[in-house]
Design a protein around this ligand. Structure first.
Ligand SMILES: [Zn+2]
Length: 93
């Protein structure tokens, strides 16, 4: 699991989107629960990796969404081996 990109102290649990009010599409970070009152949107890792196509189709039409920005965050999650954890969770169901 990646460490939270906000606090650096706990494992990240979700893709979280932040509206920095800079006119750009919202920024994505891998975060733990420390950002729950600051983030504008989130998708928990197990939910995303169980149904990635669903989430991509759900997010893409949103006016604030940037595929480029999300893919950067997804890349960081993949490099931190989040999918391995998600697969274990799925196998256990
Ligand atoms: Zn955190």
């Amino acid at each position: 699991m990646p460490l939270c990109e906000a606090c650096g102290r706990a494992p990240a649990v979700s893709f979280s989107a932040f509206n920095d009010r800079d006119g750009k599409p919202w920024r994505w970070a891998l975060t733990c629960y420390c950002t729950s009152t600051r983030e504008s949107y989130y998708v928990k890792f197990p939910d995303f990796f169980r149904e990635p196509q669903h989430w991509i189709e759900h997010l893409t039409p949103k006016f604030w969404f940037s595929a480029e920005r999300f893919l950067e965050a997804l890349g960081r999650a993949l490099e931190a081996r989040v999918p391995a954890g998600a697969r274990e969770a799925r196998d256990a169901e």
